[in-house]
Design a protein around this ligand. Structure first.
Ligand code: SUG
Length: 447
């Protein structure tokens, strides 16, 4: 067996709700305080996983993080019984309560940056959890992410785990959402491209003015060093600040790649013509011939790309060499995007098929198909060393489906977060999930 890529999708947690927490992510802002449906959200994500597993891809599940984070409420000065703390927080600081209940760990493209063993000096797979330090609710994820990853990728012969970078904007890191890896085949050495929004050390004229640049160059450089990547096989590209200001809060909202294919909007990067020419040459030196599908503004505007999440898609490779683009339903509903897909993308023939999924519950918080998955390229030995019980097969699908039915609510408002019942329901659900996935004690209430 040669190498392949595993998609690790985050299961949506039972406290999924709309809080408007992510400044610069326009969907999050637009849908704040809408009533959510956690059960539907989890089912929609699980259906996507099942469809990809049915296509013969390796598909794994990452558990949600434990919520609420009660010790954090105490740290912030809320005192008394748990219920009293929740009520006080709801009255005084509802945004903090939402943050401590957020199910944002579902977007596992932001969980970590992963470098496959074919790229690293010690020939092991390296993981760095993202610190997500520009958003309070998201920076809380890094600790559980590290713990869960160490549990799933335990064997030190194959896997190396780093701590998240320091929690300051200088090292702001959003994980794989700002990371592309080009290769001829998954187990061959690749070129890793780190896309940053801002540099603190380089004198720059161009930075966004409306919305924050979440990923820093300094963070990307630190990860390349930590992972032992060869400088010849690394490239740092700056995101176009203009598109960050139009709601492209991560690079994966405007570009996606698979193997030697880059699917991107013409406005994704700063000095795009020049940097893509350089990238093509760099890849050529590694015997990788870059195939760029670049979408002009004239056919799909940045605004249409942000609204439809055309680029927050997954390009998947089938064993026969064909590729499918996995898109959110919103891309079918956008006329400009639909026309582009039919008249240009499919006619161009790099991508052979397109498939749409309804992920509306996640989309309304700015999370499309690509946000929900973390890619890990492995060889056969590494695959065999991964915790086996998280791989989706028909049996696990049925178990998880029933588990969601048993434990998830079908409506959740911000006000429901003070319901003590929600806290105990969530705890029971996660306790049971760790048994289904045979993960042992990974949550704080279990230790
Ligand atoms: O960080 N939304 C997430 C969406 C992450 C999408 N991931 C990728 N593009 N890879 C974010 O902006 C909204 C939560 C709320 O408002 O309730 C949120 O965190």
């Amino acid at each position: 067996m040669s190498g392949f890529e595993i998609n690790f999708d985050g299961l949506v947690g039972p406290t999924h709700h709309y809080a408007g927490l992510a400044f610069g992510n326009e969907a999050s802002f637009k849908h704040r305080h809408l009533i959510s449906n956690p059960r539907l959200a989890a089912q929609q994500g699980l259906e996507k996983m099942k469809a990809l597993a049915d296509l013969g891809l390796k598909q794994a599940v990452l558990p949600p993080h434990h919520r609420p984070i009660l010790p954090e409420l105490h740290r912030l000065g809320f005192q008394g019984s748990d219920h009293h703390c929740l009520e006080q927080a709801y009255q005084d600081a509802p945004q903090i309560l939402s943050a401590l209940y957020s199910a944002s760990s579902m977007w596992t493209a932001n969980a970590a940056t992963v470098s496959p063993s074919a790229d690293t000096q010690d020939q092991k797979i390296h993981f760095t959890p993202a610190n997500l330090c520009l958003n309070y609710h998201r920076h809380l994820e890094q600790y559980s992410t590290e713990k869960i990853f160490k549990r799933i990728f335990q064997d030190e012969n194959y896997f190396v785990h780093h701590h998240a970078l320091p929690n300051v904007p200088l090292f702001g890191d959003e994980g794989a959402a700002n990371h592309l890896r080009f290769c001829q085949d998954y187990d061959q050495a690749g070129v890793e491209v780190f896309v940053y929004g801002k540099s603190f050390s380089q004198k720059q004229q161009h930075t966004p003015t409306q919305y924050p640049a979440r990923q820093s160059l300094e963070a990307s450089q630190a990860i390349a060093r930590l992972h032992g990547l060869n400088a010849k096989n690394v490239c740092f590209l700056q995101q176009n600040p203009e598109v960050i200001d139009q709601g492209v809060f991560h690079n994966d909202v405007i570009s996606v790649n698979n193997k030697n294919v880059l699917f991107t909007h013409e406005k994704a990067f700063l000095n795009q013509d020049q940097v893509l020419k350089q990238l093509t040459e760099q890849l050529q030196q590694q015997s990788i011939s870059l195939n760029i599908i670049q979408v002009p503004e004239q056919l799909v505007s940045v605004q249409d790309a942000v609204n439809s999440y055309l680029f927050n898609s997954q390009i998947i490779s089938h064993p026969n060499g064909t590729m499918t683009l996995v898109l959110p339903e919103e891309a079918r509903q956008n006329q400009a995007v639909w026309n582009y897909l039919q008249q240009h993308l499919l006619a161009e023939k790099t991508i052979d098929n397109i498939q749409f999924f309804n992920l509306r519950e996640s989309m309304q918080n700015g999370g499309g198909p690509a946000c929900l998955r973390l890619r890990v390229a492995v060889n056969a030995q590494e695959y065999a060393a991964i915790h086996p019980h998280i791989f989706l097969n028909d049996h696990l699908f049925i178990q998880l489906h029933a588990w969601i039915e048993r434990h998830y609510r079908d409506r959740l408002s911000i006000h429901d977060l003070i319901d003590p019942q929600l806290m105990s329901e969530t705890q029971t659900a996660l306790d049971e999930l760790t048994q289904i996935l045979a993960l042992g004690a990974i949550y704080s209430f279990q230790t």
